[in-house]
Design a binder for this molecule. Sequence first.
Ligand code: FMN
Length: 295
Amino acid sequence: MGNRVLLVYFSGTGGTKRIADTFEDSFIQKNYAVTKYSLEKAEYELFKEMNKNLLEEMNLILLLYPVYATEAPILVHEWINSLPISLNIPAVVISVSGGGEVWPNTSCRVNVIKAFEKKKYNVVYERMMVMPSNIFTPVNDHVAMHLLKCIPEKVNKIVNDILNGKKRRTRLHISTYFFSLMHNERKTKKFAKSLSVKDSCTACGWCVKNCPRENLKMEAGTPAFGDLCIGCFRCIYGCPHRSIYLKKGDKFVLKDGYDIDGVEKRMQNIPLEPIEKCCKGLLFIGVKKYLLEKD
Ligand SMILES: Cc1cc2nc3c(=O)[nH]c(=O)nc-3n(C[C@H](O)[C@H](O)[C@H](O)COP(=O)(O)O)c2cc1C
């Protein structure tokens, strides 16, 4: 294999970005040339222009995205749809979830891989990685730190696997297939429709500047939402005044916000509890399995 890697990712709240950055470092350390870009609106438009020429020079595509209710964010599909057909480039698909490789998360790569294969890309490796969840169930700081600390070792292993030609494809179970047929876009749109702004908004424009879809505009001193929201929660957690909320579904949003840098600061000098002790309960089965897995 030649030494050029195209690393494409989307990250709503920074978890997947951390992993993408670590992949970039790992490939560079092994003398690979990495072209990395995120599927944010502006970068994506620019890339669409040069997609074909750039791809012809690549020896590997590495795609990373967060899991949204059994699927990839819609912009991942938009990107794959924009690719030229049949360049025979090997592709690696890494999904990043809060809950790990458990049902129904197991469906989250099925349609992405189908879309790649429809375009005649050769998906050689797929895998779930786990980050502290940004939805519904917060993980305690010890679990979060275990998840952050294991990234370099896990990434290094995956990069070695790929470079050694190891193939890794998940066998499809009937339930996985069934869930992959259920479109989640409607659910995400529901989230998006109920986004609202509290009086505490100062019209600072953070949300307008940072929305990955450029889906917000300032109208008469209040952010107004368009139709392109993918439900990534960036505006909800990133708003400096916590002024953006969901009228329907606010129970899914973590009350204390989502801040992985903050966890690292808080936990700097605190010894970590063993995984078996801090990672308990049904909801954390997949997280525990991920932290303890050897392969
Ligand atoms: C709308 C939405 C739906 C999600 N659905 C799931 C899910 O079905 N299973 C899961 O394990 N995590 C789910 N998550 C959690 C994210 O996959 C996880 O926190 C991921 O690390 C976020 O990556 P990011 O920080 O790069 O955006 C969801 C998050 C959002 C915002």
